[in-house]
Design a protein around this ligand. Structure first.
Ligand code: FES
Length: 197
């Protein structure tokens, strides 16, 4: 049994803003049913760029539901450019933490938000799973660019961390060597930058 915070339990049992939104003017989708997790985020954004309403549909576990529910609460009333600054860490902090193995649920929230705002701005939908970069994990459609971003944003240090946050490497495991190389390069980079600073 996972150790969930009280806030996670509350949002899972009584999710806020669940369900599709008829008058949404932006939609962001991430994940896929084939990967076992999917999230669709709906936004109603005013002409002035304020998120007036947010709702979600998810196919995922308790953490995915709680992360999505919390995200919709957090972004309601925000300017889109402010909302874009949110990361999965902010969602996790507001939830009072998530089990490490479930961190990818919060990353999914961050990615869906970015995809929805891109949609509202009329930009091409570039979900992180297809963002520019080389495909590393074929099982979960995760690129090197996505792995690097999550490593940097969350200060990840181990292969297990990367698997927990991105799901990459968590199925057949064939991509784990490549993920380890990416992580290694990032850690070296981080150490170099610390020396310079
Ligand atoms: S290719 Fe990454 S887990 Fe299978």
């Amino acid at each position: 049994m996972w150790d969930y915070s009280k806030t996670v339990q509350e949002h899972f049992l009584h999710p806020h803003n669940a369900g599709p939104m008829d008058d949404a003017n932006a939609v962001g989708e991430v994940g896929s049913l084939a990967c076992g997790d999917a999230l669709r985020l709906y936004l109603k954004v005013s002409d002035k760029g304020v998120i007036e309403k947010a709702s979600f549909e998810t196919f995922g576990c308790a953490s995915a539901i709680a992360s999505s529910s919390m995200l919709t609460d957090m972004i309601t009333g925000m300017q889109v450019d402010e909302a874009l600054k949110l990361t999965n860490k902010d969602i996790v902090a507001r939830l009072g933490g998530l089990p490490r193995e479930k961190m990818h649920c919060s990353v999914m929230g961050e990615e869906a938000l970015e995809a929805a705002i891109r949609n509202w701005k009329g930009e091409p939908p570039v979900p992180h799973a297809q963002e520019i970069g080389k495909l590393v994990c074929k099982c979960f459609g995760v690129t090197d660019a996505q792995i690097i971003r999550v490593i940097r944003e969350n200060d990840l240090k181990t292969l297990e961390d990367v698997i927990s946050y991105t799901k990459a490497g968590g199925s057949c495991g064939e991509c784990q060597d490549e993920i380890a190389e990416i992580l290694d390069a990032e850690l070296k980079n981080r150490a170099e930058q610390k020396k310079i600073a």
